[in-house]
Design a protein around this ligand. Structure first.
Ligand code: ZN
Length: 121
């Protein structure tokens, strides 16, 4: 499942960072989820809680922020947020420029899922 593999990679990164810093416990994890990833924050939180059981990140709090997509249109050079995207195509949503409607756009933000910060003790 999409969510589980991504959550697994994030937890690995968190545990590795915690280990490097000789943490005894991970208290809080700050995560950004791009809206275009179509990941469900509640579902992600649930998976994190499940797979960190028995690790030093067990019981950590998850601050999940959903990032709105930003695009750069190659045709009309529009630069900014998009109002609408096709949610039916979960893996690769069709992103259109809100100005000229073209599909030839660069996605600047909203496509990734990453750990921003962790709090350890
Ligand atoms: Zn455009």
């Amino acid at each position: 499942m999409h969510e589980v593999s991504i959550a697994g990679a994030i937890v690995d990164a968190v545990l590795e960072a915690a280990k490097k810093n000789e943490a005894k416990k991970v208290n809080e994890v700050f995560i950004e989820i791009g809206e275009l990833t179509a990941l469900n924050p509640d579902q992600m939180r649930f998976i994190f809680e499940t797979i960190t059981s028995g690790t030093i990140a067990e019981g950590a709090r998850y601050n999940i922020q959903v990032i709105r997509p930003l695009i750069n249109c190659k045709k009309c050079s529009y630069n900014g947020p998009i109002e609408f995207f096709e949610k039916l195509h979960f893996i690769l949503p069709a992103v259109r420029c809100p100005d000229c409607g073209d599909l030839d756009v660069d996605i600047i933000a909203g496509r990734d899922c990453s750990v921003k910060k962790i709090k350890i003790s």
